[in-house]
Structures are given as structure tokens and as C-alpha cells.
Design a binder for this molecule. Sequence first.
Ligand code: 4AD
Ligand code: MG
Length: 463
Amino acid sequence: MTHQRILHLLRHGQANAEVTIQGWVRTKRELKDFSFVEVNDGSALANLQVILEPTLPDYSNLLSRLNTGASLQVSGILVLSPGQGQRIELKAQQVEVFGEADPATYPLQKKRHSFEFLRTIGHLRARTNTLGAVMRVRNACAAAIHQFFQERGFLWVHTPIITASDCEGAGELFSVTTLDLHKIPRNPDQSVDFKQDFFGKQAYLTVSGQLEAEIMALAFQNVYTFGPTFRAENSNTSRHLAEFWMVEPEMAFCDLEGDQNLAEEFLKYLFKSVLAACPEDMEFFNQRIDNTVLATADQIIHQEFARITYTEAIQLLEKAPKSFEYPVAWGVDLQSEHERYLAEEVFKRPMIVTDYPAEIKAFYMRLNDDQKTVAAMDILVPKIGEIIGGSQREERWEILEKRIQAQGMNPEDLWWYLDLRRFGTVPHAGFGLGFERIVQFMTGMANIRDVIPFPRTPLNAEF
Ligand code: 4AD
Ligand code: MG
């Protein structure tokens, strides 16, 4: 008999059905006449309660082997549960233990562990309730992302991970090289001779798939890329990772307003889908992690996002009845304390801020008619701050070349990007959603390191 998943049995299992399950022991309770083990197989937050009766062969030896963390297969009969908390349970007829877990050394004994501690056992923490729920929500959210774009005819394009360009121009790049770091080849002027490197030029891990997504949008109209991106920013915060996943749609024949509309529709869709796919997990987050999770989801789905310009945002911040660590003035970039004040205290809901000063935004954003601001948009949400960054792209060749130069970059390095503006250029726009930030926002998890299986942060690349 093939085995069944616990999620399926908890939802649909019928009394008297003969089933086989496989999983790991979460807890064991030994009573006088029989015992319970709670088994989890990762398919659901809830465990399946298994009843072990002394008539089982080698009963007491079996019980001694079934400690928290042990792996097993159980075949038996489903029975309606007389106890509270579960609809059905499994009366064991045959139990096979695959691997024991020594109670003296297995780190996940039945008690609450801090998330800091769990990060030190990244190879085991996926077996906890919280990390399990996070990973199921993460999976449901990823599936919904594809569904959203596929339903709308967007082409999923695979943009490269290794690249020679710095899309954001922020210099936060990890180098990719095969040069011998102990014998670096030098040019006569002592600079590194990258012509001898693997790609014949300096290469990096990508910070964003946007530039290549633009190439594809100018052939397929609507595309998206969804993959890992890398930033060597040395910021040890609860919202930054050195390796994170980003979703980046890019639309030809689209302006900043269309971009904002799509982003808002997208976030609403993701929340709806995850609530439908993972109701128990979302309920768990609301009960155990952050009691505003379900209210926030409801608000995202049903309320319109606030929309203001950067200039209006600065005016609101200048009028704020509180002082900020980073002073506010027109021209400064919004810091996370500013973003959170606006989203949490002024608007109390997600908001879209548009038209930022050209100097503080990337070279590719379209210059507005005022010549001072660009057609940028950031979506800010309570608790997280920026969750989406996007813009209408500069489609005019002369202006784009000037913007590249003004940012201290060399237009020759971006010859192909400029070429797109020479051959069949169109207004186009797109945005990037930080995948871990949306999972964090949905689940209420305080630290971004706990919403990705294996976080990469400064001084940390274990597991
Ligand atoms: O605002 P960013 O830098 O925008 C871009 O990369 C554009 N190329 C996107 C586009 O228009 N196609 O990054 C986009 C989003 C941010 O809003 C944030 O959610 C997330 O990526 N993000 C990070 N998430 C985790 N750790 C980091 N270090 C992040 N940096 C950005
Ligand atoms: Mg940004």
C-alpha cells in the first residue's frame, strides 16, 4: 500500500480506512493501557495522532525507540477521535522505525525554542511548527506568483545570475572570478587584469534581472522573472539578506500608473491565494506570531492602497509630531523609519510613493517633465517598509545616455541597453517585489532570516 499525506487524511480521511503514513515523531505520551505519538510529515501544521496498543509486537521496545525526532512508518486503521483537538486518529497495526533520535542529543525537544537558537540548527529547524508553516506559505506564495502572471499572459523569462552590469548602480555586487586570489594578474598600472579572468571581463552575481527582462519585454510585451538576486550590502537588519529572491514583471506599452495598478492587483491576489491555500498556517501565525496577520491580509485584499508623491511624503514627514534619526528634507532618500511612519502612523495601510528625485534613483528611471523627479514608485507597508520598488523606464535614447553618464557609469558598458532605445523603443515599466519581504509581511515573522530556508547574511553562510 502506498503511503498517504497527513494533510489529506486530516481533511478527508474516513473512519475505518486502512492507511499508511510516514513522518517524524513530534511527541510521545505513554499512558498505562496504551500510548500516543504525534506524527508530522510536513504536509500540514497539525500532527496525526497515532495510538499504539500493547498488543503490538515488541511494544515496550518500540515505545523506547519512538522519541521526538524519530522517523517512522505506520500502517493502521483510521478511527474517529474521541479526544479533543483532532477529528481522526490512526490506530497502529504495524510500525516501522527508520531512524531513532537520541533524546539526550536531539536539539528539538518539546519546548519553545528562540528563533535565534533555531538559526544555529538550520538543518533541523524546518521540522518545527513555525518554520514548517513559513515554508508552506512561501511555497503557496511562489505558486500564486506564477499563477497570477500566467493567467495574464506574461511570459516567464529566465534572466542570468552571472552578469557584467550593475543594474541598480549601487556598487553592492559580489564578484564572480576564477582568478587565483593569491596570484592576481595585474595591468602595468597595477589594476587587476580581468582580461585573464573567466569571462574576459569583470563579472558579478546579479542584483536584479530587470535589464534583461526589459530586453524580453520589448519582444514579448509582458514578461516576468523570478529568481535569486544578490546584494553585498553590509546591512545587518531584520529586512536584508545578501541572497534573496525577487519577482520582476516588465511590461511594454505601460506607464507608471499601469505599473502601480498591476502591483496593487498583484499583492491583493497573493494574499487571497495564500489565505485559500494555507488557512491553518495563517491562523497559526495570527495566534502565535503576530495577532494582526489576518486583519492585515483582510485590509490588503479589500482596501485601496494610498497613493502619494515623494514631494507630498516629504511634506507629511516635515509636519510629523516626532523627530527622526535621519533628518528630512526634499532630496533625501526615505529611510525605513520614514517609510514606516507613513505606512503605520499616517495612512495605516499600504501606500505607493511616486516621483522621487532623480539623483537618488537608478539611471534607468524615466525623467519627468519637471526635470527633477523620475517616474519611480515604491510600495511601503506597515512593519516592513519598502516591499516593492519599480518605475517607468527611460525609453528616450538621448536622455538615457545622459542619465547613465550623470550617475558616473559608462554608456559603452550598457551599449545593448541603449540599443533597445534605438530600435523600436516603447514606453515600458516594471517593478521588483522582494519575495522574502512579502512572506515576512504575510506571516508577521519579525526577522527575514526566518522566512528563507537558508539565509545568507554578513558573516553567515552555514548550511
Ligand atoms: O528597490 P529594488 O532595489 O529594485 C530593483 O532591484 C529594481 N531593479 C526592480 C525593478 O524595477 N524590476 O529592489 C526591489 C525589492 C525591494 O523593494 C525589496 O522588497 C527587495 O527587492 N529587496 C531586498 N529584499 C531582501 N534583502 C535585500 N537586501 C533586499 N534589497 C531589496
Ligand atoms: Mg528600492
